[in-house]
Every structure is written in C-alpha cells, then in structure tokens.
Design a protein around this ligand. Structure first.
Ligand code: IVH
Length: 702
C-alpha cells in the first residue's frame, strides 16, 4: 500500500470510528456490532503500525499515551470557574428570582433548569478544533492539567469534526419552541479557541462494577462515585484512568475566540450537542415561578433514572445578555442558583461498632444499627469506612446517627444527629489486635489511591482464610457451586480446610457430617471441586487472591504466559511488559510467588491435578528470535523500507509499535530520526541501527 493510499484509508477509518464512538458513548445508541467495530479498530492499528506517522494525537487509537507523570502542571483559567450559591429551600429559590428581577426591572425572565451532576468540574480547551488542555476547576482561578486523563474519556471528542447525522436529535423534549436548533446542513463553525465546561462523573453502573472489581482484587473500595471520579482524575498514570469508567456531560463555556457565541443557555446546549459533546438528557426552560417549581419537581422524579448521581437542580438565567447585566460576586454568579434535594437519609441509634476482617486482612468498622427504613429497605448495618473517618465524624457508640444511601452504594453513616447526645455515649477504641485471631494489627497503605487501613498481618487468621477460600470458590474465579459463606465457615472452623489446596483432599463423609449438609449436597460440592481442576489458568490466578490482581489483570497474565510456571518464575521486569500490568502490580505478583508458603501451595495444587496452562495464551508472540520484543521505527533506513523492516520484525515474532513507551525494547533509527529517538534516550531504551537490526534478525555476514 502506498503512503497516500494508507493515509486516505486511515482518515476514512478514523472518521468512521469517531462516528461510532459518538453514537455509542454520547448518544447511547450503538450503530455497529462490537465485532465489526473491532475490525475497524484493528485495521486502523495495523495501518498505524505500518505507517507510524499516521498515529497523530487525534487518532482514535491514541486515547492513552505516554508515561505516568510525576506531577500535574498548573493551568490558569482564562475565565474563572465560578461556583454556585446553594439552597435547600424553595422559598430561597423564590427570593433568588425576586433578586434577579430587581436587577432587571420590567424584563420577562426566562430560566433553564438542569440536573446538578455530582461529579468533578472540568474545563476542556480546543484549539483549531483539537483538544489541547483539560483542567480541573481547582480553586476556580487555577486548576490541574489532567489532559492525559481526560483524553481517556470516550465521550470527550479529541477533535471537533462535522457531527454524525445521528447527532441531530432534539435536545430536550420540554423546550422545543425555545430551542435554537443547530444549523442544518454544514456543521457548526468551530471557533479557533473553544473552552467548554462540564462535569466528569462515573455512572452508577460503572461505579458499582469498579468497586466489585476492586473488592475482588483485595483493593479498598471507593466510598461513592464522586470520590472515585476525583481519585481517578488525580491519578498520575493515564493507563490506570483508562480502566476507570469515567464520562462527561457539558453545560457551559469558558474562553471562546473566533466565532459568535450562542446567546442563551438553551442555544448553548444545542450547539454543544451538535459539536459532538454529551449534554444533560433532560433540561427545562421556565418562564414563571410555577414552571420553575414544576421543573424542579419533575427533575426530582426522574433523576434516579439518570446514569449519574444528581444532588440538585441548577437554575440559570437563559439569556447571556441579561446574565451580563446581573454580574457575579467573586465566588458565584448572581444569575444562577443550585437547589439541592434533601439526600435520602434516616436517623437511628448506633447500638455497637463491630470490626470486620477481609481476605487481605483489612479491618473495616461496621455500624450495628437499630433497624430503620431507608430508601425502601430496612437497614441494620452500615459501613463506617475506616478509623480516620470515624474520628473525623466523632461517632460514638449509643449516638443517634444519620445513615445515607446514594445509588448503588452500601449505606453509610454520614454523621451524628446534632443535639441528641445524652452524655452516655462511649468513644470507640479501634482494636489494636485482630478481633478474629488476636494478632497484632498494623497500619499500611495498599499502594492504591485512597489512603491507609489497619490490617491483620497474620496470614493464618481464620477470617482471612475464610475470605481466601470463598474468593477461590466464587463465580468469577474457580466457580465452585456451594462454596459460599456458610459452608466455608464450617470447613475452616472444623479444621478440614486451611487453604485452597485442602479443598481437593476433602472426602464425602467429612463434608456430609457438617451442619445442614447431607450426602447429596456433599457430593454436589465435591463434584464442583473436581470440575474446577479443569478451569483455565486466569481463573486460578484470579482465585489466588493476589493483591491488585482482579479478573482483568488475571486474563492479561493468562494471555501473556502459557503456563503458571512461566508466570511464577517471571521477573518483575518481564511482568511489567504485560498489558495492564504496571510496577505496583508487577511487584505484588512477584512478591506473592516469591513467598515459600505460596510456592508450597502451588506444588500441592499441581499434585492435586489442577490445570496450569492458559487457553488465552497467544502462541504467536513466543515464536521466533524476536518473540515478545517491541520495536519502534524512526527515520529513514539506508537499506530497507519501513514496510520491509516491519514485515521482518513481525515474521520473527516481534511487534512494531507507533510510539515509544517504557514497554518498547528497541528503537530502530535511520537517518533524520524524529522525536522518538529523543524519547528513547530519555527512557533509556536501546537504540539500534540497520546493521545491528540485521544481526538481531539473524542475517549472516551482517
Ligand atoms: S454551572 C458559573 N451547571 O456544581 C456556573 N454547574 O456547586 C457554574 N455542577 O462547580 C457551574 N452540574 O461542578 C453548573 N448543570 C450544572 C452543574 C454544575 C453540576 C457543579 C459544578 C460547579 C458546582 C457548583
């Protein structure tokens, strides 16, 4: 294929992929099957491997790029990012409307009502239609440059292109008469500089999945979707962020240069949508207090059906010219207010605090409550997160506490009900010994992004043993029917099982003799255990419960390593070459397999006849003298074309990547090398010339 043909095909593929991304991530209306999408995407990647210059920053393949940062740069906002005045009372909304009316006497006022999305405010800057900088609000004047993290959000366009025809749906059903539609025909003209603003969030469903995965990987769970979003945006490694289900809804603008600006909020929302951004799916235009009240009430009735958490309604003056006349205080505009809905809370007595010990030894304080009705169900336990949280909220046994439930989150104690203390409440002393086994606890960080926890360090702690065995049996791991909490507790208590290898020595009579077990259920359980011997390697690896190794990482390991033995003997360096595996995970895996007790466990599993081979493993990568080696080409080679070099590398089992990263093994440099050479030098990656490459490729006489 010639370069010109490749470039034309690449442009067509990129446009098509962008349109499908827009349909899927912005409109939630997929226009293609996953398999067909994958084919397009892989064709694009192939082209970029053969013609690395096609992999421009705007390519759909380049949502994650570069190495982890050591810190974020500061960004000064061209237009400050103000905050909003808040109220919980409808009366104050009326006062607010009265205030604005006094500033604009005799004018018929029009308002918009939008969901107040519970996320993190962000400014995106586009120059020449290309995303250049994305920054957090920070203190309103300066924020953090989190561009690399924001690029991973698939609903955020990297380039503003002519919108896909499917993008032209009415913005919100309630305001068709006021909506100024995006100009039909050509796409809206794109300003030379355009800053758009909105909220980054994690959908309820995405948040629930993320927490389930973290729990399975032995990592601390996030308290709520907002914390998970903020924690994700603060990550210095965009590859970690790419795995987080972040999304963004736009509702405002900052600096705009080179084009007339929409003249109202309703026009802005339509315009943003036509440019390819996700905007609130419901919003209202209101012309009276009654209409405002109705919109606020309607939003309250539909907001639980929205993908994201909302904690209120934002009321904004529609006309921008009128906004100008109202002005702002240093903190917030005078033309807008946020009405906050009362959270779903209940008040009840805290009877006791117990401490739960998890599989990783983490100690979690749990509130034992006087049962109370909350958001439709009766609650008698709630999480108290950790010791720090308990202290900060000054929660005491006997207190009347406020319990809150937000979306999918387990109920949490959010604070003490004011004014109800009698003096009989007792401070809770966090145990200095494990409540299960009595051994010493210590405070340590999981190497994650959310602080420290007390941990029982005794690997033989019964609570930890139970947790490990339940995890091994769970559906996502070895999938052993019947291996739930109740049976596992008995197996551990009676001493029949102290680790997962013991499961494979159990006899029917032993299991049948346990409480609430009979011959039949014992046989079923043992059949399940027998069947688990054939499970694929990734399930076994996930089942081992190695810190930071969730199902996704276990699958990546299974794709990379053909057998458990190769994985167990891999160096940390080799581990970091695995997709999705960074330094933290590599260290955790390496440590796990270096522990003699774990090595003995593996030998016992081998003796029990478990499958140690991976069906996910792709053999191609292990064949040939360049197996597993990643090359990046730069400059012109004197004696061979890029295409020939690429074909040679691939034929010998190697891989050609478009850009230099810590996972690159060799940079093959010719004449006039570009910035890739510089980057390779910075990262200490081996740079070779054509002659050396020929030697590596096994050419005699080279
Ligand atoms: S307008 C000057 N609209 O709420 C106008 N903000 O409490 C400022 N927020 O910092 C923002 N949904 O993070 C606006 N539909 C919405 C919003 C919204 C959520 C957040 C935003 C802002 C905070 C102020």
């Amino acid at each position: 294929m010639t370069k010109t043909a490749a470039s034309a095909r690449h442009a067509a593929l990129a446009a098509e992929i962008r349109a499908h991304d827009h349909a899927y991530y912005v409109l939630a209306r997929p226009t293609i099957s996953d398999a067909a999408y994958d084919r397009l995407y892989h064709e694009l990647l192939d082209l970029e491997q053969r013609f690395p210059e096609l992999a421009t920053p705007e390519s759909p393949s380049r949502r994650v790029g570069g190495e982890p940062l050591s810190e974020f740069q500061s960004v000064t906002h061209g237009v400050p990012m103000l905050s909003l005045d808040n109220t919980y009372s409808r009366a104050e909304v009326r006062e607010f409307v009265g205030r604005v009316q006094r500033l604009l006497p005799g004018v018929d006022l029009e308002w918009t009502v939008e969901p107040k999305i519970d996320g993190v405010a962000v400014n995106l800057r586009y120059e020449g239609g290309r995303l250049t900088v994305g920054a957090t609000r920070g203190d309103g004047a300066t924020g953090d440059d989190v561009t690399a993290n924001l690029r991973t959000i698939r609903s955020v366009p990297l380039v503003l292109a002519r919108p896909h025809p499917a993008a032209r749906r009415p913005a919100s059903p309630r305001q068709s008469d006021l909506f100024e539609p995006a100009p039909a025909g050509p796409a809206p003209e794109i300003p030379e500089v355009l800053e758009v603003r909105g909220e980054v969030f994690m959908s309820r469903a995405g948040f629930a999945r993320l927490n389930a995965d973290r729990e399975a990987a032995g990592e601390e769970v996030f308290a709520n979707a907002r914390n998970a979003t903020a924690g994700s945006l603060k990550q210095l490694d965009p590859r970690v962020v790419a795995g987080r289900p972040l999304d963004m809804v736009l509702y405002g603008v900052g600096v705009i240069r080179g084009r007339a600006v929409p003249s109202s909020q309703s026009a802005l929302l339509g315009w943003l949508q036509a440019l390819g951004f996700r905007t609130p799916e419901r919003w209202w235009v209101c012309r009276s207090l009654e209409e405002l009240d109705a919109a606020i009430a309607e939003l309250d009735s539909v907001r639980r059906g929205l993908a994201y958490e909302t904690d209120g309604a934002v009321i904004k003056l529609n006309s921008w010219a009128l906004r100008e006349r109202c002005g702002s205080t240093a903190k917030a505009p005078r033309w807008a207010i946020a009405f906050k809905y009362a959270p779903e809370q209940a008040c009840t007595r805290l009877k006791a605090i117990t401490v739960q010990v998890g599989r990783t030894g983490a100690l979690t304080p749990v509130a034992e409550l006087e049962p109370v009705l909350l958001a439709g169900s009766t609650i008698s336990r709630a999480t108290l997160h950790n010791e720090e949280d308990l202290r900060r909220k000054d929660i005491r046994v006997g207190d009347w506490v406020l319990v809150e439930k937000a979306g999918e989150v387990i109920p949490a104690v959010v604070g003490v009900a004011p004014g109800r203390r009698t003096g009989t409440e007792r401070l809770f002393r966090f145990p200095q010994a494990c409540p299960e086994c009595g051994s010493r606890v210590s405070k340590d960080s999981l190497g994650g992004d959310e602080g420290v926890a007390w941990r029982c360090l005794n690997p033989d702690c019964p609570a930890r043993i139970r947790g490990r065995i339940e995890h091994w049996c769970c559906r996502g791991a070895m999938d052993i029917e019947g291996g739930g909490e109740v049976l596992v507790a008995q197996l551990v208590k009676t001493g029949l099982v102290t680790d997962v290898a013991d499961l494979y020595r159990l006899r029917v009579a032993e299991v049948a003799a346990l409480d609430r077990m009979g011959d039949k259920s014992a046989r079923n359980f043992l059949e399940g255990i027998e069947a688990s011997k054939q499970r694929d390697l990734w399930r076994l690896v996930f089942g081992l419960g190695i810190l930071h190794v969730g199902a996704g990482v276990a699958k990546s390991l299974g794709r990379h390593f053909p057998t458990l033995d190769e994985l167990a003997h891999a160096t940390q360096e080799r581990l970091t070459q695995v997709e999705d595996v960074g330094a933290v995970i590599a260290a955790s895996v390496f440590q796990w397999f270096s522990d003699p007790q774990h090595q003995r466990l593996i030998e016992r599993l081998r003796a029990a006849g478990l499958n140690f081979t991976s069906a996910l493993h792709r053999p191609a990568a292990t064949a040939g003298p360049l197996a597993g080696q990643t090359f990046v080409l730069t400059g012109t080679l004197p004696g061979m074309s890029r295409e020939t070099a690429t074909a040679r590398i691939e034929a010998l089992g190697g891989r050609v990547a478009g850009s230099v990263s810590p996972k690159t093994d060799y940079v093959l440099a010719g004449d006039d090398p570009g910035s890739k050479l510089e980057k390779a030098r910075r990262l200490g990656i081996r740079v070779i010339d054509e002659a050396e490459f020929r030697r590596l490729a096994g050419e005699s006489g080279a």
